[in-house]
Design a binder for this molecule. Structure first.
Ligand code: ADP
Length: 491
């Protein structure tokens, strides 16, 4: 049986210390409590992490507040930007270390983890460059007045993130908040938080002042809940499940603070008879199985027009039967799911699909560790749009293929779930591309490609149960700042 923890160095960036990062110091949680962090590839314990509580969140928020009043709050926008550039550079210099950490912790194949490191560095570059480009405006008004607006940070921002893409989500959320001059408190997921800790350590190394970035690992119901109701937190960004998203929104309502919620989806790709099938094929499958399907913007529904249905299904099935599942460090197509619990959830959906036509499944390598959470990627065919597998987010490597006859039917099916995060249209018909881009209810639309969330430059977020608010791109900077109007009567 393979061992999967061999590449873990607990001393690197202090990630194995079971501590919180508060005010640029590594500190034990006040309760002294810890949580075992497991390697999804093997089920082995990687290390213990801090089980931060409400009292640790209080310390972190105090430290962030102090930072705003001290050095961090006094930095100019170009100085913040320069610091973020340096951090991006240091992230790149540590690509291999960070990628290995993410692969061990999340269970994602090493190549995918390397892409996440690059994305984190890109966020630092993008938002570092944007820090000094967000400005107010002057507004023509009554005679004798000069009116202008100031774009200002909220203050302390809270960031509650999931386990599937820690580095990418830190980049888009904490990165945008820091660029605008907020001081941040990050609560990473209890299932995977090592790169969050490493990131904090790297930030300290490049000179981020104490309190600009604080990290409190812990359980959702403890540290997460405490952060979401903390009266001094002025904005909360959350990526995770719909159920917890609702809790976060109600918690934020108690203090009347804005929230950004990104809650996943059931994102469709629409393949028309006139599509370039060869070009579409890698996107159709990869967008469903990337990170073992544990991606908010995974494409879990493939809608195919009847004229090319058999061809598309056959080619997707061929690709599925070649997919190989193995420990993250083996770097094959898919790694394990994050946990035994997630495996149970996905298997329960597979059981609900027992009445469906299974077009193909991938293969789990013979020698995977018994304690790993492996499932076979599965492609279901001829699925009716109302089937539970075509309606609910599974968060595993499961895709359904749904036939349709014409554009109207495709649109109705595509818009026929409670979600709306990403959609794509595969067609050579320009008018159809334009029509559907307008009519699809979704935060992002890709035409003849599928970006699974897209680059750091592209605003991202959903409608319906997928959430609200936009992250990524310049748009995020509006969410992480507030506008003040100044009207001076001078005669
Ligand atoms: P998943 O089901 O994919 O693990 P969750 O929505 O449960 O997603 O978790 C996403 C993040 O939200 C994690 O950091 C988790 O600790 C946190 N979380 C879970 N429950 C709560 C809660 N009640 N309040 C605040 N944060 C929470």
């Amino acid at each position: 049986m393979k061992k999967s923890n061999s590449n873990f160095d607990p001393n690197w960036c202090s990630v194995g210390r079971a501590q919180c990062f508060i005010g640029n110091e590594w500190v034990a949680p006040i309760s002294g409590a810890t949580i075992e962090l497991k390697n999804p590839s093997s089920g082995e314990v990687i290390c213990n992490i801090a089980r931060g509580g409400a009292d640790d969140i209080d310390r972190a928020v105090d430290s962030a507040n102090a930072a705003l009043a001290r050095e961090w709050g006094r930095l100019t926008a170009p100085e913040r930007g320069r610091m973020m550039f340096r951090l991006g550079q240091l992230v790149l210099e540590n690509t291999e270390q960070l990628a290995r950490l993410e692969a061990i912790d999340v269970g994602k194949p090493l190549t995918q983890a390397r892409a996440d490191v690059l994305a984190l560095a890109r966020y630092m570059e993008f938002y570092g460059g944007a820090a000094d480009k967000m400005h107010g405006t002057t507004i023509p008004y009554l005679d004798g007045y000069t009116v202008y607006t100031l774009r200002e940070p909220h203050g302390v921002t809270g960031h509650i993130i999931p386990w599937n893409y820690p580095m990418q989500i830190i980049g888009r959320s904490v990165g945008a908040a820091l660029a605008m001059g907020n001081a941040t408190v990050l609560k990473p997921a209890e299932e995977a938080c090592l790169t969050a800790l490493a990131f904090a350590d790297l930030a300290k190394q490049v000179g981020f002042p104490a309190g600009a970035l604080n990290v409190v690992p812990g359980l959702g119901a403890e540290a997460g809940a405490a952060l979401s109701v903390h009266p001094s937190v002025r904005h909360i960004s959350f990526t995770g499940s719909v159920g917890v998203g609702k809790l976060i929104q109600s918690a934020a309502a108690q203090n009347v603070v804005p929230v950004t919620l990104e809650l996943g989806g059931k994102s469709p790709q629409l393949v028309f008879d006139d599509a370039d099938i060869a070009a579409a094929l890698p996107f159709l499958v990869d967008a469903g199985i990337q990170n073992a399907g544990q991606t908010c913007s995974a494409s879990s529904r493939i809608l195919v027009q009847r004229g090319v249905y058999d061809e598309v299904l056959e080619k997707m099935a061929q690709r599925y039967s070649q997919l190989r599942v193995a420990p993250a460090m083996d770097d094959l197509d898919l790694g394990p799911l994050i946990s035994a619990r997630q495996k149970e959830i996905v298997e329960s959906y597979l059981a609900k699909g027992a009445d469906l036509e299974t077009a193909a499944q991938g293969k789990i390598e013979d020698d995977v560790p018994i304690g790993g959470s492996y499932v076979k990627p599965t492609l279901f065919a001829s699925v009716s749009p109302g089937h539970v597998l075509a309606q609910e987010e599974i968060f595993g490597p499961v895709q359904v293929v749904i036939p349709f006859s014409d554009e109207d039917e495709a649109l109705a099916i595509a818009n026929g779930t409670k979600y709306g995060l990403v959609a794509s249209v595969w067609s050579a018909n320009g008018a159809r591309q334009m029509r559907l881009a307008k009519k699809l209810q979704s935060g992002q639309i890709f035409v003849n490609n599928y970006g699974a969330g897209g680059g750091v430059e592209l605003p991202f977020g959903g409608t319906g149960l997928s959430g609200h608010g936009r992250e990524k791109g310049f748009e995020a900077l509006y969410g992480f700042s507030t506008l003040k109007t100044v009207a001076t009567l001078h005669g």
